[in-house]
Design a protein around this ligand. Sequence first.
Ligand SMILES: CC(C)(COP(=O)(O)OP(=O)(O)OC[C@H]1O[C@@H](n2cnc3c(N)ncnc32)[C@H](O)[C@@H]1OP(=O)(O)O)[C@@H](O)C(=O)NCCC(=O)NCCS
Length: 268
Amino acid sequence: MSEIIEKIKANEISVLIRPMHINDVNTIFTVQKETFPADDLFECYEAFENKFLVYPQGCFCVELILDGEIVDQENIHTYEPSSDLELNKKKLLGHFFSHPWAKGEFPPLNNAKAISDGVGKIIDKSTGELTSDVNPENIMLYLNEIAVRPMGRGFNLARLLTNRVLHHLSKQSPSFDHIGLVSVQGSHVVWSSIGFDIDHNIPQKKRDYLSKNYGEKSCYMKLDYSKKVKTLKNNQLYLCPNLRTNNVNSGLYHYGKLFKEVKRVSKL
Ligand SMILES: CC(C)(COP(=O)(O)OP(=O)(O)OC[C@H]1O[C@@H](n2cnc3c(N)ncnc32)[C@H](O)[C@@H]1OP(=O)(O)O)[C@@H](O)C(=O)NCCC(=O)NCCS
């Protein structure tokens, strides 16, 4: 039996950041309108499925731990969420899709084939490493989608999730110094607060492409990860003020009684 088994105290809210599983994809697809209400941003199930399948090691979820639930953190890499969609909808608070992509390029939305073809050229599926055809200098880690559902917003989960995942991936192979994302719906405020900068140097043609496909408020942002973290306290992009521990190697975060809205959900 694992030594690190935590029993969640009944009157406390905890969240878990853990690897994504194929069972999560349908939940993410089903609740997408909560986080991306505009019809232009809608993506079909296959697009979500491929975002996961092309690079599962870059995909994570943040999940509510229900009262009395037990989490085995040591075996979290084999964690399998339920296949019960209704239960998953209560527990899933947010998600994170990332995969390698050509620097300065953006994959089209709602296009499952473009994602698998693009990543297929960069990553050797059998080894998980970069293919010999690509020059690592030209590749970035692209944060394809980060979302926190309305019931979990305002608790620093997006920053916590990004901090945790980028720290984890920086220790894996291949690792990426250049991290890129397309900020939509005014979310650049969140990404700026953890060190991303808007790239004002992208060509006009790409700028037009972004505003046409991702909305007028969209912008391309980038981060030089290892350079940035070296300048920061504890080598972390983000230290969460509400938490008892900011241990970036642990996926389990205890929020005490602060998490009122989500606490209501955990009682359902
Ligand atoms: C953007 C999003 C992921 C932020 O999640 P979150 O967990 O609430 O964010 P955090 O708690 O880590 O950060 C909150 C901070 O960012 C600000 N913020 C969050 N979303 C914002 C937005 N869309 N516009 C402006 N500010 C925003 C908050 O006011 C808060 O600032 P403060 O610390 O000064 O109070 C979430 O609102 C979301 O899923 N939005 C819809 C999907 C989306 O647009 N994703 C971004 C794709 S690039």
